[in-house]
Design a protein around this ligand. Structure first.
Ligand code: GLC
Length: 444
């Protein structure tokens, strides 16, 4: 009798485990399916548009950190015109870079909505000379060009009177002392999320500022539910206190490959997110090498631009975009729809691999020519081509010992005249899916 009971219990546990396992598997594959476009995208353009462009000062932080008084900051509302805003042109420029998605600020920490919110009056539609919703036509133009639409939304709202935080060193109240007030704010910001989901249907949500409160206070689970009820396929960035789909290292470059399945490096083109008369522009070479580095480590680059208050884009920014776009036009096959490259140790540089694993792309930074070396490649190389040219190269296999299974070193002589202006790419066609030797030499 007793052993029968034990058997039942074991059977029950086994059945529950199998159920859990298969459910888990379905969920994992559903997420992978949902994330597919994102992992193929590689490049996104981030847009920080807001009234901070009027004076060219730090977005929201400038009043929070008391560099400018709140009332002076808000005076910028009167100078936000969008008089040269051309969403179709923006979308064309983005398309030309090769980016597959764009993320735009629908509201930054200053609480000024860039779209037609019905939840309060603080929007560029109601209180600036621009008098228009800039998100709607932009999303329409992006969608015409098959570019995915991302909505940046700041959970923090330093202007909303019932939001507890305000200036760096002064808060309005503590949530635990005034739940009523917090609930008013909660209804407000969740209402905004609801209207964005309903009326704009973003493919991707880029939350920001979650650090000021925990998941319970934000009700992150509920937010996710609101979003996925409207669009089950919507992707959410990792700033929703544990309810996001991917990680967002910001301005800081991973040295070792991040362990997350999906990640995106967000980075400014100069030193500021919003428009500032900033001279610290990154060069196209720097942008392209950073981009390749992210992709070779299995991530995306979300490259920021800060347009002016009239909607025009600074020349320096346009130059970066066009150089990046030209490079992508020539070399894009080594980037888009590939997966992260070789583990460290095989090649002293970035690399990517085709999805079927039979093509390996090696990236050679600007001044590399002459002999490059590849270690531990078990495959035979069928062909080597300098991407974007008709030049084919022949490798030399060095140090292959006939009685050992350890592969020899592959040396490839890259002629000086095949060099790309920024980064040259070699395409290695392999006989079979990539196979690497990861041993320590010796007799096997
Ligand atoms: C930070 C800043 C914000 C900026 C964002 C972009 O979270 O608070 O100003 O918009 O980074 O990633």
């Amino acid at each position: 009798m007793k052993s029968k009971k034990v058997c039942f219990i074991i059977l029950f546990i086994l059945l529950s485990l199998t159920k859990l396992y298969s459910q888990n598997k379905i969920e994992t594959s559903e997420i992978a399916e949902k994330m597919q476009w994102f992992s193929d995208a590689k490049l996104g353009i981030f847009i920080h548009t807001g009234i901070y462009a009027v004076n060219g000062i730090g977005e929201s932080w400038s009043f929070h950190n008391k560099r400018i008084s709140y009332s002076d900051y808000m005076k910028q509302l009167d100078g936000f015109t969008l008089k040269n805003y051309d969403p179709a042109k923006w979308a064309d420029i983005i398309k030309e870079t090769g980016a597959q998605y764009a993320v735009i600020t629908t509201k930054h920490h200053d609480g000024v909505s860039m779209y037609d919110t019905k939840m309060n009056n603080l929007s560029i539609v109601k209180v600036t000379p621009a008098k228009r919703d800039m998100i709607k036509p932009f999303f329409e133009e992006l969608r015409k060009r098959n570019i995915k639409c991302g909505a940046y939304y700041s959970l923090i709202d330093w202007s909303f009177n019932d939001y507890p935080g305000f200036l760096k060193d002064s808060s309005r109240y503590k949530i635990e002392n005034d739940y009523k007030r917090w609930n008013r704010f909660r209804d407000f910001f969740q209402g905004q999320i609801n209207e964005l989901a309903k009326n704009y249907n973003p493919d991707l949500w880029w939350f920001d500022g979650d650090w000021e409160h925990n998941a319970e206070e934000w009700e992150s689970q509920k937010i996710k539910k609101i979003i996925t009820t409207y669009n089950p396929k919507a992707i959410i960035n990792g700033r929703l206190q544990g309810y996001g789909d991917y990680d967002t290292p910001e301005q800081n470059f991973p040295v070792t490959r991040p362990k997350y399945n999906w990640w995106e490096l967000c980075m400014t083109s100069n030193d500021s997110w919003g428009y500032q008369p900033d001279t610290a522009w990154k060069t196209p070479y720097e942008i392209i090498t950073i981009f390749i580095d992210a992709v070779s480590n299995g991530g995306n680059l979300l490259l920021d631009m800060g347009p002016r208050e009239d909607g025009s884009i600074p020349e320096e920014q346009l130059f970066i975009f066009s150089e990046l776009g030209n490079w992508n036009k020539k070399n894009g096959e080594a980037i888009f729809s590939t997966v992260g490259g070789l583990p460290q140790g095989h090649f002293y540089g970035p690399s990517t691999i085709s999805k079927d694993s039979t093509t390996l792309y090696l990236f050679l930074h600007a001044n590399v020519s002459g002999n490059i070396m590849l270690k531990g490649l078990i495959n035979k190389i069928e062909d080597i081509q300098v991407v974007g040219t008709n030049v084919h190269l022949t490798p030399k296999i060095v140090g292959k010992i006939s009685w050992s299974s350890v592969p020899g070193l592959v040396y490839i002589d890259v002629p000086e005249n095949t060099k790309d202006k920024y980064v040259t790419v070699l395409k290695l066609k392999l006989d079979k899916p990539l196979k690497l030797y990861r041993g320590q030499g010796g007799f096997n």
